[in-house]
Design a protein around this ligand. Sequence first.
Ligand code: COA
Length: 132
Amino acid sequence: MRLFTSSDMDRILEIEAQAFPKSPYSRRILTSLYQSNPTTFLVYGEEEILGYLVYTPEGHIISIAVDPRHRRKGIGTQLVREVFGNSTGEFIWVEVRETNTGAQAFYEKLGFRKKGIIPRYYWTEDAHIMVR
Ligand SMILES: CC(C)(COP(=O)(O)OP(=O)(O)OC[C@H]1O[C@@H](n2cnc3c(N)ncnc32)[C@H](O)[C@@H]1OP(=O)(O)O)[C@@H](O)C(=O)NCCC(=O)NCCS
């Protein structure tokens, strides 16, 4: 695991497109997230990047995605555990699509709990707020 650098961008866009085919973050959005969170934008992998995570230093998980060929190998868990060790706030939180039951199970296993709903957070879909 290491910090993102701008030469990782093309690969992150690939992972993003596979993970969120209907609404991937654009290059412009990911660049802006990097500029705002340069010390908390992580990539996982050696020769090839297999996953990434961006969060705010306080502990708001903004986005996480793992290459579909490498899921259920503990990569997502390792990325989120970095937030446990390094965020400065009292809580860690994330918004998750109501239909994204796989991610909800993932966060629940990591000790997050559903604490509320943000109606229409994704325009046509509600978000669960999950907090640890
Ligand atoms: C969510 C995501 C990041 C998880 O990454 P991962 O590397 O596969 O997660 P891990 O291997 O660390 O999973 C740990 C545990 O979480 C649970 N889990 C993970 N994915 C799950 C799924 N799709 N369904 C049910 N449980 C799941 C399991 O209990 C798993 O342990 P197990 O494999 O021993 O059963 C990955 O599925 C992904 O990139 N999804 C698409 C993008 C996305 O939805 N991001 C979150 C948006 S908020």
